[in-house]
Design a protein around this ligand. Structure first.
Ligand code: PEP
Length: 255
């Protein structure tokens, strides 16, 4: 049985003081269940401080994006090795905000995925369709294109060392959550697409759902057979809200 993972993406929020208070409260209130894993992704400037606060907690530290390049004249970019160096173990790649606002193509996302893996970081690969895609009946085609860019470069072996996050763009930050059944349908599709490359990897990989997950809808989502936790945006910014989601995960997969 796969563990559930509850991952918080803090995006560009907080301050030194606020983020220290947030991480301390998350550490203090984390569930004891070993089958529920927690991960937080603060903004770059706070990674080192949060790494120190997480020491010994069992909570994983992730960044929100990474350069596809190793080093050099890439002003403003941060390499995977640098993230490792300051204590990160994971990184989000291909978040829809990066794709939409910063023009990251699926090829660029695949290169970032490869850079993360090469440095020993766990990539959290985000895929998901817009409302226009969904209404046109293109959900699976869009998700396949995003997934295949990585599968065709890193292979199933790459996915073995990664986490997938299905995040319908229309559900991110909108308060509109995909129903558990809607999300499950796409999660099942993603798992079967990966199974086309390697059935063992498909069975083992954690596939998170993201998009307006809250304490009161998490249990329904996490109870679905192919949903292995959540990538949480807005509700990860308040410890109580984030911990309520972790508690929901514990109810589903406690111990
Ligand atoms: C996200 O941005 O990854 C996300 C899921 O945001 P929210 O939970 O706020 O919808």
């Amino acid at each position: 049985m796969r563990n559930l993972l509850v991952a918080g993406n803090w995006k560009m929020n907080g301050s030194g003081a606020a983020n220290s208070a947030l991480v301390e409260a998350v550490v203090a209130g984390r569930p004891a269940a070993s089958s529920v894993e927690l991960l937080v992704c603060p903004p770059f400037p706070y990674l080192a401080a949060v790494a120190a606060a997480l020491k010994g907690s069992g909570i994983t530290l992730g960044a929100q994006t990474v350069s596809e390049y190793d080093k050099g004249a890439y002003t403003g970019e941060v390499s995977a090795a640098m993230l490792r160096d300051i204590g990160c173990d994971a990184v989000i790649v291909g978040h829809s905000e990066r794709r939409a606002l910063y023009g990251e193509t699926s090829e660029a996302v695949a290169a970032k995925f490869a850079a993360a893996l090469a440095a020993g970081l766990l990539p959290i690969l985000c895929v998901g369709e817009t409302l226009t895609d969904r209404e046109a009946g293109n959900t699976e085609a869009v998700v396949d294109e995003q997934l295949d860019a990585v599968l065709n470069t890193a292979g199933a072996d790459g996915i073995r060392q990664a986490v997938i996050a299905y995040e319908p763009v229309w559900a991110i930050g909108t308060g509109k959550t995909a129903s558990p059944e809607q999300a499950q349908e796409v999660h099942r599709h993603i798992r079967s697409r990966i199974a086309g490359y390697d059935a063992g990897v498909a069975a083992a990989v954690q596939i998170l759902y993201g998009g307006s997950v809250k304490g009161d809808n998490a249990e329904g989502l996490f109870s679905m057979p192919d949903i292995d936790g959540g990538l949480i945006g807005g509700a990860s910014l308040k410890a109580d809200d984030f911990l309520a989601i972790a508690e929901a995960a514990t109810r589903v997969r406690g111990s």
